[in-house]
Design a protein around this ligand. Sequence first.
Ligand SMILES: [Zn+2]
Length: 355
Amino acid sequence: MSGTVLFLGAGATKSVQGPMTDEILPAIFAEKARIATSDPEGRVAQLVQFLQDEFHVSPGLPKEQYPGLPLLMSLLDMALDRRELFDAQWDVSVLAELRVAIELGIFDVLEEALRKFPTNNHFSLLTKLFVAPSQPQIITTNYDLVMDAALMYMSKQQQDPGGLPNYHCGIANISALGPQEKFGTLLKLHGSLNWLFCRTCQRLELGATDSTRYLSILEKIAGPDLKSSFTADGAPCGVCSRTLRPLLVAPSHLKDYRNPHISQVWYEAQRVRRQADRAIFIGYSLPDDDVEVIYLLKRGLAHITDPKKITVVGYCHENPAIALSDHSIGRRYRALFGDVDWHAGGLDGWLSNSV
Ligand SMILES: [Zn+2]
């Protein structure tokens, strides 16, 4: 048994100024004109209208007054599942379009953030924790591409032309790549913006985006372009020609992990956890409603008996030196794992002081 496993939550993305879940709807609203340029069907405009009509959102409203994204997606999923109407003008087929508009908006907002903000701290984190020949092992609840980009960059630095992460989920268009064209393990428990899934034949393909396109291997595999995949027509499945959709476990209250590719990722995450002798958490708050993830962590780390082998990096704006037992997140970790190695100065603070 050996090795370190890194676990990332939303706070890791926040540390590169990426948007948090509660900032995505306000960003879609604020950037609707820009997003509309990649949305010829006008779905995002329809989503904005829906938010105004049904959730009392108006221009300039602070984010606290928006409906939560998990709540909104859960309500849409519930109405779609029951085939019921919210209101006469929003029938079931329109609700399905709104669901697609949210996916497009999430993709656009996260991709725009990744283009603007440097991901240096993720790269530093990897180079400090994983010295060659050991390769990074990462589990993440984030479906953005911040860590993907950092990992691809690290692989290129270590051995040009670099390799793609091992995602462990049967992506068809990279299945022929050899081991030398893969680098590190990246287990994305909630799916990924660059995984495109066919709901008919269950084929999964990796798509390319502007933020990750620098890896020459991505040209070679000739995956679908992601931007077009999120827009009206979408990229077609290579087998049955149905439209591919991104494979994301929506941040709703009804998280659905039954997708076979997602199940494979979870199985691998359990295996990687059990073999690690050190675990590092960055920006994961252990929310009580994340029962499936907490179950995975509790079982997967049961063999680590020394709590100091578990490092937790959180962020307390008011007091970066706050003690574990004085912080609500610290207390949640303590209850599960004991007196862990706790840091509340954020990822950048931890990298400069402790690693
Ligand atoms: Zn298909």
